[in-house]
Design a protein around this ligand. Sequence first.
Ligand code: SF4
Length: 290
Amino acid sequence: MTATRRLSLAIIPGFRCQLACMHCISSSSPNDARELSSYEIQTLAQTLENSVVESLSFTGGEPLLYLDTVVALAKAATIRNSEVAIKITTNARFADTKSSCASTLSQIPNLASVRISFDDLHRSSDFVTPIENIVAWTMAHGVRCSINASALNPMDLVLLRSLPSLGIPIAIGKIAPFGRARGMAEKLSWQEDVRTIPEALAGKCSATEKAVYFPKRGWTFCCSAVTFDCPEMDSEFFALRLEELDGVPALAVMKALSFSGMIASMLPMAEKPLHNCQICKTYWQGLKHG
Ligand code: SF4
């Protein structure tokens, strides 16, 4: 990736979160110590100041537990593009009151989108008030707001009917058996087996145009980094500098080959893939051990 191309980037400030949801693919929790160092924050700010960034997303963990970092990096991204779209994915816990909601969101420059993670597995005694506060603030300030819900089983969809009419889009996804959800595989039986979806196998990874920065590891676009937690393989698919990302060999393979192509290039497989991302895991493990 060159610094002159308009970039779509994501940064994980850290993996700390007020919650420890059973389906969390990053296995986040209140005591998680994985976070950006001051050196990484400084280096990332320089990278953003020197790049034309079209959109910059913050995820986690709960990114708003790292508000100072989010604000500093968002400001850095405005230097070369004053219209950069800043996007946040949050569990909404910061918005228990109208004033805490406003004082947090109003600090983030160029805030364009707030995506709320909400489903039965995130549920607490009062889950509606924070969502209503965020919806009210974003509507008043012309910021897009949506809900991202995961469903453990089809009945979870009923929960979404308990929300008052909010007038915002709700995206519903299935839970992938990664991170803390690894042990839930038997509860996820309603998911399709990707081996029966020829279109999925014929396609390439759809994430290759969005670079994500992981604390202490670097830039990548491969979600294997969080879902499979194989630090010993970091050199295969992480770049410490954004401009080096195109030169990472493993990522170049993912850009070049479909999932079927990746499998065909390394048969026999160590295990049968059940999910698109598991195909990548199988592929990388095959490279490592094959
Ligand atoms: S799923 Fe989201 S809210 Fe739940 S522990 Fe993970 S990062 Fe936190």
